[in-house]
Design a protein around this ligand. Sequence first.
Ligand code: PEP
Length: 252
Amino acid sequence: MSTRQFFVGGNWKLNPTSLSKAKELVEVLNKAELDPKTEVVISPPALYLLPIQAAVTNKQILVSAQNSFYKESGAYTGEISASQIKEAGLPYVILGHSERRTIFHETNEVVALKTRAALDAGLKVILCIGETLAQRESGETAKVCEEQLSAVVKQIKAEEWSNIVIAYEPVWAIGTGKVATTAQAQETHVDVRAYLAKAVTSLVASETRILYGGSVNAANAKDLAAQQDIDGFLVGGASLKPEFIDIINARK
Ligand code: PEP
């Protein structure tokens, strides 16, 4: 087993439908017995970030934004800057989620600029990458992941990778109930690590955490967590359910 700390993030997306329901989720986590070896991050919608941060009493649980813009200020209606997130005391931001890439047309270059700005502001980044079903079926998985990462590699120095956690999330597995097999996930994680070794350094390749995301639940988490190159999970749907605790404890 590697020295990389196991990491489990809960991406709440645009859920739940009210702040009181969001606080109920936090209450469950506050009371739970969480594996102290797991780094735990929850990511509520923007307007809930501050009240949820205040509601978290278990200091093991960190709070992350789901997005940040690459400019610090100006005429960018609707955007939130990385420095505003940092000033609010939030340590992490998720960038490059496939929903942002697909629905909001974020290109690899935009994701890279956002990553640059987030690191400049002092945030840590959960950087999402992953292929569509058509890309997997045409054998392009490694190439797509490399292209997504290469835009970021161009923007950051080797020593900054310690502030990035990569989340490999095959688009076909997100919210679909179709989880990648442990072999498919492990194989892509190995490819991503090999790319980091080639494009950055072997130290960065061995130290960067690579999470798997895509229909992770309590039933499949243990097998996935036992894979050599799977360092944790980014969890969508199941992070809104009590089974999130089992996922946090998948290596216990
Ligand atoms: C996600 O949104 O990052 C995700 C992995 O979603 P789900 O777990 O619901 O597939």
